[in-house]
Design a protein around this ligand. Structure first.
Ligand code: NAD
Length: 543
């Protein structure tokens, strides 16, 4: 037993490396990209620390270069999912009893490894397998995951520090126990940092985890497992089972030992998970904790006083970085008619400058969308806009999947503020704008608030402070992350705690104590120093 009070220092955000021409990180990253392209890997399932090869092999695709896979992964089935549950249950015993500072040390060491020797590996894997530019990979796979790991260990101490009041006669304290059973982490394709955070946040708090990464993001997940292993994570604490959600999900979700679900992905899948658990809630030993951050239909709202240069930059970066495949991507915009002529020209000029192509050509601002299903869905929206008399394609609108899933950045103008493209999550490089009469600011904000079922991110662009105050109030429930004169993407751990409400999720703010609190079940302990020896109270002294 360690006798001493252990403090985790307050972290700072990991600095973002620029990868500008001439920098050492650019040279090293390019070398790592070549190494990965020249040496295909075979990714196993990882259960109880063992590499499990199922023989059911699936290509690790490069969405921008379909003819050159990065290797293959062994797809898990129900059998591996069940083995992973057993491994988690077994590993949980020693892991949860370990001193919290030891668990913290594993995650802090993982952060240092990722910031150092594994930085280019995780960035290259994310670029190639998820089709990200070096900048998008750096802010995600390296910096955000490092931040999650450093900030979570710091916030963990705040959770443990939350103790009740004691008196002179009584000592009260709370033990923040991990959940009973195992946690099921289910990650989306679009952020390696989220993929890494979903299993490690519950593990940090003493839980053991079955982790199902997205089938289109397996390579970064594999390297995250390698980093954690090297950092000293005991076997079985996190078990990697890559495979299709509809096959792996149900047997794990229906297991009576399910203690919690840590999910990020689409609203539809999350509601399916919730329905599966809710369909027979009595079979679990505890009510499973369900945390899910889901879809968005994120907006940029411009007031007549907005600065057009700032607005245009917010729209272009917000809508098209990572091909619009961020849950926070600007997907609809409300533009007052006094600004429209100038903004229209700015958008035409700027979007024309966007290069779309392979991730290894660093001049590209955009790469490919993730897979054939995404390509079909996104281009379906573009085709719909081409046919609809209420919509006009201002720029873009073309696509080509002969070499990779490439969709050109597309701006649509919709005269109908409630058209399909103004309401539904597209998850691709399609920005739909509605031009409103400048005098109808309040009415249009009401439209914005009620148009979509989501409430993830949104932004107001205005110079007029009164308009900013009005919008902040009118759009209070329309976004869990609200931005003023800034794009609605790019939340930084520790600075803009992230999550939305309504159909956008449970809003448990990843990378904060709020999220960590969900992975513990506090036990309150009262100890009385000198307990009473007579059951009678003083008031009973006379009639
Ligand atoms: P998705 O819902 O298709 O898949 C997410 C994960 O769920 C994958 O691992 C998938 O295999 C799994 N899955 C699918 N069916 C399942 C089932 N029946 N049971 C269990 N697991 C199942 O999402 P995606 O396409 O990977 O990611 C994009 C979505 O994620 C978008 O809607 C986006 O808005 C959302 N997202 C939200 C946030 C946020 O913080 N709010 C962050 C990133 C992504």
């Amino acid at each position: 037993m360690f006798n001493g009070l252990f403090h985790i220092r307050e972290p700072k955000n990991e600095p973002v490396k620029s990868h500008a021409p001439g920098t050492p990180e650019r040279t090293e990253l390019k070398a790592e990209l070549q190494r990965m392209l020249n040496s295909p890997v075979e990714v196993p399932c990882i259960i109880a620390g063992e590499e499990v090869r199922t023989g059911d092999l699936v290509d690790l695709v490069q969405p921008h270069d379909l003819s050159n896979p990065l290797g293959r992964y062994h797809r898990a089935s129900t059998k591996e999912a069940e083995l992973a549950i057993d491994a988690a249950n077994e590993a949980k015993i020693a892991w949860s009893e370990m001193d919290w500072s030891s668990r913290a040390t594993v995650i802090l060491k993982a952060a240092e490894l990722l910031a150092g020797k594994y930085r280019h590996t995780i960035n290259a894997a994310t670029m190639l397998n998820m089709s990200k530019t070096c900048h998008q990979a750096e802010i995600d796979a390296a910096c955000e995951l490092i931040d999650f790991w450093r900030f979570n260990t710091y916030f963990m101490t705040q959770v443990y520090d939350d103790q009740p009041i004691s008196t002179q006669e009584v000592l009260n304290y709370m033990e923040h126990r991990p959940l009973e059973g195992f946690v099921f982490a289910i990650s989306p394709f679009n952020f390696a940092s989220i993929a890494g955070n979903l299993p490690t946040a519950p593990a940090l708090m003493g839980n053991a985890v079955v982790w199902k990464p997205s089938s289109t993001g397996v390579l970064p997940a594999y390297y995250i497992m390698k980093v954690l292993k090297e950092a000293g994570l005991p076997d079985g604490v996190i078990n990697l089972v890559p495979g299709p959600g509809p096959a792996i999900g149900p047997p794990v979700l229906n297991h009576t030992d399910l203690g919690g679900v840590h999910f990020t992905g689409s609203t539809h899948v999350f509601s399916t998970i919730w329905l599966t658990i809710g369909s027979d809630i009595r079979k679990y030993q505890s009510y499973p904790r369900i945390v899910g951050e889901t879809g968005g239909k994120d907006f940029i709202f411009a007031h007549e006083s907005a600065d057009v240069d700032i607005l245009a930059t917010g729209l272009v970066r917000g809508a098209f970085e990572y091909q619009g495949q961020k849950c926070s991507a600007a997907s609809r915009g409300y533009i007052p008619d006094n600004l429209w002529p100038q903004l229209k020209q700015r958008l035409l000029d700027e979007v024309a400058m966007i290069r779309v192509g392979d991730v290894c050509d660093f001049r590209n601002f955009m790469n490919a969308v993730i897979d054939a299903a995404a390509f079909k869905s996104i281009t379906g929206y573009i085709d719909f806009a081409k046919e609809d008399p209420n919509m006009e394609i201002l720029c873009g609108g073309s696509y080509d999947d002969s070499e990779g899933y490439f969709v050109q950045p597309t701006v649509v103008v919709s005269s109908d503020p409630r058209s399909k493209l103004m309401c539904e999550e597209i998850f691709g490089p399609v920005l739909t704008l509605h031009v409103y009469p400048q005098g109808k600011f309040e009415e249009t904000m009401e439209l914005c608030n009620t148009t979509s079922p989501y409430a993830l991110t949104g932004a107001i662009f205005a110079q007029d402070r009164f308009a900013i105050v009005q919008a902040t109030r009118a759009l209070r429930n329309a976004a869990g992350n609200f931005y003023i004169n800034d794009k609605p993407t790019g939340a930084v751990v520790g600075q803009q705690p992230f999550g939305g409400s309504r159909a956008s999720g449970t809003n448990d703010k990843a990378g904060t104590w709020i999220n960590l609190e969900r992975w513990v079940s506090p036990r309150t302990i009262k100890e009385t120093y000198v307990p009473p020896t007579d059951f009678r109270y003083p008031f009973m002294g006379e009639r």
